[in-house]
Write a protein that binds this ligand. Sequence first.
Ligand code: NAD
Length: 445
Amino acid sequence: MTNQYQKLVNTGLTKKIAKQLGLPRPAVLRRHAAGAPLVPGPVVVLGDGASAQPTADLLLGWGLDVLRHLPPGRMVGAVVVAYDDVARPGDLADVALNLGPAVKSLVPGGRVVSISRPAGDGKDPELAAARQGVDGLMRSLGRELRGGATANGLLLAEGVDMGAPSAQAALRFLLSGRSAYVDGQFLEVSDGRGKLPEDWEKPLAGKVAVVTGAARGIGASIAATLARDGATVVAVDVPAAGSALARVANDVRGTALQLDVTRADAGHLIIEHATQRHGRLDIVVHNAGITRDKLLANMDEGRWKSVIAVNTESQLRMNQAFLAAGLPGLRVVSLASTSGIAGNRGQTNYAASKGGVMGMVRASSAAFADIDGGINAVAPGFIETEMTARVPVATRAVARMVMPSLMQGGLPVDVAEAISFLASDAAAGVNGETLRVCGQSLIGR
Ligand code: NAD
């Protein structure tokens, strides 16, 4: 339904009518396509932060057309703003006021990416005010952009610069079509770890990845995306989903493992399958999840406990098994949800389970760093799947079009792209974080 509406309001006579009526006109998003340019036009690098010139050099190295100021009348594919040296709130003005005209020149599907430092909990209120100001500026800009363009930020922890592999990989992700439904978000690179891929089209080459809940929906798309990016995939789902699971595994030329992730020995069985069939285990995506919605006043024990058991407790137990096995360099990505950040009516159990995932990820990051790996979460907003097809029609329409800045629900592949990035060795400097893939939904921060 969303696709038909999108077509109608973006083509021919119906586009004109929609414009006159002031109907929301969700743009067709710029998504990853093999062989398509990384950015659809020149990139202008603004600001005089220390990262400005290294970033311009990096972009030139990627074969992009790079400008250090905006010539009048020139359209641009992306704007990168180096704000990493701001020290006082007054420092934001010059670049912000240059950013306005640059943003007017953005092509549809363009990108604005800031580079700045986390405000942190240091002892300098002026510095923190300036840095946190970048956060407010970029999130607001995300709400002003049109034509499927997005605004996101790269945060470089103290001591990290644009030479860090994860800073480069994160910038590339945010500029590319892979981040189509990531909007108004900040991605923090906390250390200099990471290894850039030999081929950016195959960042997971040689890796073995397990995806739970892979028989359908977001999980099936994650399996396809990780395989496209070079990984050998083990697709996991409950025995009742066996035939759909076999189809997914066949499509990605991987293997299927029928397994209920709430089993006490699930972690052990996953390690056994991956190592016996494929010789190693590099990536685990905890995607299996359920909803059992009810207002808390009507909640029963079964609904509450099953959601926590599948969505949170199974992940905790499997992670313990993976850490105990000491799988070197293991990268884990968990599925959270924007409901777990801002809450959602009728979802106290689900939001508790997904809030739990984010807490688990943060608290597990040091243990995974100890095995030279990492753990992060992706929090999707409204994604068009069988799970959300069960949401009442009116709620669905609001969730798709009114709430997110991008005025549409996301696709499973949008979540899968973020997961593939976080699962890659190039993202090793990103650890313990939750990245929202929500089109800048009003729900949550
Ligand atoms: P879905 O219901 O379409 O698919 C979930 C899959 O998980 C199914 O194939 C199911 O059989 C499997 N599964 C459930 N319990 C399992 C168990 N105990 N063991 C093994 N497999 C099990 O859901 P989806 O929309 O694709 O969501 C995937 C993930 O993304 C979930 O964790 C969900 O909470 C999260 N999420 C989805 C949305 C959305 O808008 N669709 C938004 C936020 C978060």
